[in-house]
Write a protein that binds this ligand. Sequence first.
Ligand code: DGL
Length: 270
Amino acid sequence: MIGVLDSGFGGLSVLKGLLKELPEYDYIYLGDNARAPYGGHSRETIVRYSEEGVEYLFGKGAKLIIVACNTISALALRHVQNKYIVDGGLKGKKNILGVIFPACEAAVKATRNKRVGLVGTKGTIESKSYETEIHKLDPLVKVFGVPCPLLVPLIEEGWHEKPETKMILKKYLRPLKSQGIDVLILGCTHYPLLMSDFKRVMGGKVALIGDGEVVAKSLRGYLAKHSVLKKGLSKGGRRVYLTTDEPGKFKELGEKFLGNKMGEVEKVAL
Ligand code: DGL
């Protein structure tokens, strides 16, 4: 199966992209809602939580884990890859991929003036992980990162359509507007729910890059190159949804991120 690991609901926006692009595979989604949000936690805490999530998903039979959460990808991806992947992972046993590289690749491709904006949680922005990946691809690209810590709680409270949220978003984006960026990376699982507001504030000349679609396209390419892994993934369209907190709430908000109905949700302990 393909495991999808997230701090809570948000990774369902990435799963949405995966289900659209690669619906034939079986997926197991784990949201650590009991300890979310991760965005303001220290690296040490996120590393510990992600080890537990990764071990749980491998224990359930996942052969490939997509770390859908940007904060985990930024702060702990290298760590879990180094700890759990043996033999380069391509023997079809254990593989872990994050969401940052695909977005950086898309951003470097899309920018004309080499000025790229980035929004995300505090942890993601402070980690400088996006800059590192972007500069590997093109050292001349300038990256302007802005943390938007209020957006996750507002969205989780169901306030994404309220004027207060739009006002806060506008305020967060003001410094990016004055930097003349032509690409903006939405580096957080929750922000696709505000996509039309981001578009309105940034204007039609700024290309927006969300994770769902680019991650799914990049995974398709990755599987095409790694046939042993591809063959090892089970198919049949099975979906398993797990949360470490209350399943009812997970389902209610989760369906907004997924953009679809969810089957049964099971509560698990890590
Ligand atoms: N999933 C997180 C991210 O994409 C947002 C929610 C959280 O802070 O846990 O960065």
